[in-house]
Every structure is written in C-alpha cells, then in structure tokens.
Design a protein around this ligand. Structure first.
Ligand code: SAH
Length: 269
C-alpha cells in the first residue's frame, strides 16, 4: 500500500469476541485506505475466520499489533476518539462521524502530515466500551442510528467511521480543511495525560480535597474538562510544575509545624 497521512490513524478493537469481526474491520479499513489495526486482548486471535473475512486485506491482519491494554494501544496518540452505541451517565463531548473524520484528518494533516497519531477505538460486541475506557478518549462519536435499534455490527461501525475518515482525507487533498500544525506546540499524548491525572489525584488527596478511597466522580469530571480543552505538551508541563510546587509547599509547611511542635515540647520540659 502507498504510504499516506491516513497511516497515522489507527483503528483499535477492544477485547473483540468474534474473529470474523476482526477480519471484516481489516477489510473495511483497507477499502478506505487505512492500514493500522490494534487489537487489545482479542478473545480468539489469530483465527481462520478473521483471514476469510479479511479477503484481500490479509496484510492489515498480518501487521496488526496485539496489546493487552487500551492505554498501550493509544499511548503515543494525541487524539483518541471512542465509539459508543448509547449515552452514558456523565456525558462526554460528542461528535458526529463526519466531525470525527474532519478532526482526525485535521490532527494528522491531510496534505502535509504532522506526524501526530490518532486512534479510533471500538468496543466489545456484547458490552461496548467500559466507562474507564471511554474516559481515556478526548471525544465520543455516535453513529446516529435508529434509537429503537442503535447498535451496529462491529465491522459495520468500523466501515462507517473509516468511510468518513476517507471522505475527510480526500477533501483535505483538495486543500479545503485546516491542519493542526498552525499551533506552536505539539499536542499532549495520551500517556502524558495519564501521568498528569495520576499526579493531580495524588496532589488533591494530599490536600485532603479528595478522599483517597472515593475520588471517582471528581476525577471523572476533571478528566472530562481536560478532554475538552485538548492540552498541548507545554501546557501539560506547566500544570505538572504547579502540582510539584504545591506538593513541595505542603511538605515544607508540615516540616515547619513539626519544628514548632518540637520547640513547644522543649519549652514545656
Ligand atoms: N451492546 C453494546 C454495543 C456494542 S456494538 C453497547 O451497548 O455498548 C460493538 C461496537 O460497535 C461498539 O462498542 C462501538 O464501538 C461500535 N458501534 C456500534 N453501534 C454504534 C453506533 N451507533 N455508534 C458508534 N459506535 C457504534
């Protein structure tokens, strides 16, 4: 396959149960010019059925990357989009398949590749994606299907999103879409954001703002805030610096209190 900017978009299938759907996804991808497939903990793979269904897209299967967690599959991506057949309790920024295609192509730069990596993530056939998995994503995309029967077959959902990616890519070749490279800093990757969230949670617990046993709702809402903002590398580093300064300050204050207490004890004695 000829190399194109679409090579910087990966399709991630999470914990797929039917190997036929993996093959169907590979075929849908290759038809639309996508090449990079990531399989997170597939239930049956490799499998003959996947190869049959892939037809002439066996090369996509052969180069598929099998990993054990979603975090691994998207670590170097700056834009991660999750697909969902239904609404969730805490709604996340939602885009249409068309907007998803446009934002993805704008991130990778259709005409002049930026080198930024994008992931479109698909869930399990029976249960979709977990809330934790959906929270790793910047946006959610919902194919506006019939509300009375909204869940598409996994391979078909991959086809719809791959088609929109291709349409947006072709439009960018005619020079109609803006690219993400007019920014002065590269976007923060998923792995860097995960480190930031861990640091943030630790600091908030240290400040007694969060109870160590019960951080979930607040962290979910904070993650959603950052997902909307789309931090760049520099912004993320500044925020980490603020957290480190906060932790150092708390540590110093604790030391001073301990010293004063020791002095009081000494005076009493
Ligand atoms: N019963 C599951 C549906 C799983 S369908 C649920 O309630 O979530 C398998 C996968 O196909 C989904 O996880 C999603 O990745 C994709 N998919 C199916 N229908 C979709 C839709 N209408 N919009 C976006 N993605 C969809």
């Amino acid at each position: 396959m000829t190399a194109t900017a679409l090579d910087n978009v990966r399709i991630v299938l999470v914990n797929t149960s039917h190997p036929g759907n993996i093959g169907a996804a590979a075929r849908a991808m290759k038809n639309m010019g996508l090449s990079r497939l990531y399989l997170v903990d597939p239930q049956q793979y490799p499998a003959n059925e996947a190869s049959w269904r892939a037809a002439s897209a066996k090369d996509v299967l052969e180069t598929a990357v099998v990993v054990s967690s979603l975090e691994e599959a998207v670590a170097d991506c700056s834009l991660v989009v999750g697909t969902s057949a239904r609404g969730r309790r805490i709604p996340w920024p939602l885009v249409t398949p068309r907007e998803c295609g446009e934002r993805a192509v704008s991130e990778i730069g259709g005409k002049e590749p930026t080198g930024h990596q994008v992931a479109i993530v698909f869930g399990r056939e029976d249960r979709g994606m977990t809330n934790e998995e959906l929270q790793v994503c910047n946006y959610h995309v919902h194919i506006p299907s019939n509300p009375d029967y909204s869940s598409l077959n996994l391979g078909c959902a991959v086809q719809v999103l791959s088609y929109e990616l291709r349409m947006a890519y072709l439009a960018s070749q005619e020079g109609q879409l803006p690219v993400f490279d007019d920014w002065d800093m590269p976007p923060a990757t998923s792995a860097a954001q995960e480190h930031y969230f861990t640091h943030l949670q630790e600091t908030l617990e240290r400040l007694d703002f969060l109870q160590p046993g019960n951080p979930r709702q607040t962290m979910t809402r904070l993650r959603r805030l950052y997902a909307r903002v789309r931090m760049d590398e520099m912004e993320l580093n500044i925020l980490r610096g603020v957290l480190t300064a906060t932790q150092n300050y708390v540590c110093q204050s604790d030391k001073k209190v301990a010293e004063l207490e020791a002095q009081i004890e000494a005076l009493k004695a």
